[in-house]
Design a protein. Structure first.
Length: 294
């Protein structure tokens, strides 16, 4: 049985840990509110812009050519993985790494066997995990969540678009967590490049829209395509940020509950140990008194 001092030290240690987890939960809750507001404002704009790009680019396929629309035989692949810079958020980062590995296994096994699958990591945890598994991490954007804004994410999107336009990669996929609620995150593995175009044979009459282009189709799409891709990546980062805070809040809440349960057990052990020590002292005193009497 552990001594009273050892049990007392463990109680103090668990108390300190519980205070830390409570504080982290409160911080995550405050950050979650801001992150949730940001993503709720971004979603309608990003969705409408994506729909408009898909429809317009499909209608202008014959007139407008863009290197970002070029479909090539897939030999070299870049996967943009969005994770967090810090841990203590449950299985948030682990699930993204697992989804990335599953994507490579199911979709890019041949390319991976040739060493033609590279990682573009937004967030330190994903970069570290995938680098340990032998993948080439082409670029890592760390500390981006501490100063999260469109300008910083735009730089990452521009690097990815330039690499695809230069022919360094034939396909770019995006893996990230979509925020649903505090306890639930939905993993997405979306095609980022080349940009998707709408199948004309599957259009409904309602979806057919005759656009009037001013100034020209070429100029509008030249501006619209990069902007849409930047917004798409920015939305993924915002989704991941909100998901991270929700996952951290849930993990810290569970850790606080576990600490409380552990404290109850330790206090019970402490009281039993203390009672046993008192009983032992009483027996020793009684035994000594009997020895003196005899």
């Amino acid at each position: 049985m552990a001594s009273l001092k050892e049990v007392r030290n463990r109680i103090v240690s668990v108390n300190s840990t519980q205070q830390i987890t409570k504080a982290m939960k409160m911080v995550a809750a405050a950050k979650l509110r801001r992150a949730q507001d940001n993503i709720m404002q971004m979603r309608p704009y990003a969705q409408k812009l994506g729909e408009m790009l898909t429809t317009v680019s499909s209608g202008a396929e014959s007139a407008v050519d863009s290197p970002l629309k070029t479909v090539r035989p897939i030999d070299k692949v870049l996967i943009v993985v969005v994770t967090s810079d810090r841990g203590l958020c449950g299985a948030f980062n682990t699930n993204i790494v697992k989804a990335t590995l599953l994507l490579i296994e199911q979709k890019y096994a041949q390319q991976a066997a040739k060493g033609n699958v590279e990682i573009f990591a937004i967030g330190k945890k994903g970069a570290e995990s995938l680098a340990k598994r032998g993948f080439v991490v082409n670029k890592t954007y760390m500390d981006i969540f501490g100063r999260l804004n469109f300008v910083n994410v735009k730089q990452a999107a521009e690097e990815v678009m330039k690499a695809f336009s230069d022919g360094r990669y034939d396909a770019v996929d995006l893996v990230y967590n979509e925020f649903k609620n505090v306890a639930t995150q939905i993993i997405h593995t979306d095609r980022y490049l080349p940009i998707a175009t709408e199948d004309k044979t599957k259009r409904t009459k309602k979806a057919e829209v005759n656009y009037i282009f001013e100034p020209t189709e070429e100029e509008i799409l030249a501006e619209l395509i990069p902007k849409s891709l930047k917004i798409q990546l920015y939305r993924a980062v915002l989704e991941s940020n909100a998901s991270e805070q929700g996952a951290r809040m849930t993990a810290m809440d569970k850790a606080t509950e576990n600490a409380q349960d552990l404290l109850k057990e330790l206090k019970l052990v402490y009281n039993r140990t203390r009672q046993a020590a008192i009983t032992k002292e009483i027996l020793e005193i009684v035994g000594g008194a009997e020895a003196l009497k005899n």
